[in-house]
Design a binder for this molecule. Sequence first.
Ligand SMILES: N[C@@H](CCC(=O)N[C@@H](CS)C(=O)NCC(=O)O)C(=O)O
Length: 213
Amino acid sequence: MTSHLTLYGPTVSSFTRICAIVAAEAGLTWEIIPTGSGSKEMAEHHPFMRSPAAYIDDLHFYESPAICSYLDRAHNQSALHPAAPEGQARMWQWVNVASHYVFPITEERLVMPRVVAPLMGRTPDEKLIADALPVVRYHLNVVEARLQEVAFLAGAAYSLADSFMYPVIEATCAAPEGAAMVAEMPALKAWFDALGQRPAMQETAWPDITQMA
Ligand SMILES: N[C@@H](CCC(=O)N[C@@H](CS)C(=O)NCC(=O)O)C(=O)O
């Protein structure tokens, strides 16, 4: 029986997309039921009202690492989990770097004020952005340094770690300041351009940034 993934979350959300990417890598069909983070509807699927929540194989999961690990192990022969203990540890290390360090700083202090605020009729907070830029650069430089050592974040092969980092970098590039920084970082730029060719990235591309929620 073919499995189908149903995600609850905003149509444009980095973590919802991460789960869709891993589903697409596994060749699964997937859909997003548009649901606002923090909404009463979301509380029916995620006790902390974060996005996404996932339903597949008569199972219900929340938290993107758990969702993605299940999708890959149950439906993709663990292709995105390195086999060796060190590779697995590196993968989770970089999943956490993407989720807990690079995502919050780029999302809250660059993408939201520079890209989303004007779409909502608000003036960008230029001081917030200016103060954040060196911090954003620092975070991106950490990723650049890793990618100067190895082809992918966990080592020699594409893994869940890259599936987590890619949408975060793509969103960062929606801000001109973010795009300019990535353009100056050769290893990160080459990794980003190469990953952008993967069918899973193209299948899950956001329809229109103006729908960001
Ligand atoms: N730890 C969660 C994080 C999910 C998350 O922060 N999602 C964002 C949307 S991309 C969200 O729900 N933001 C709303 C909020 O922070 O209240 C996961 O891995 O799924």
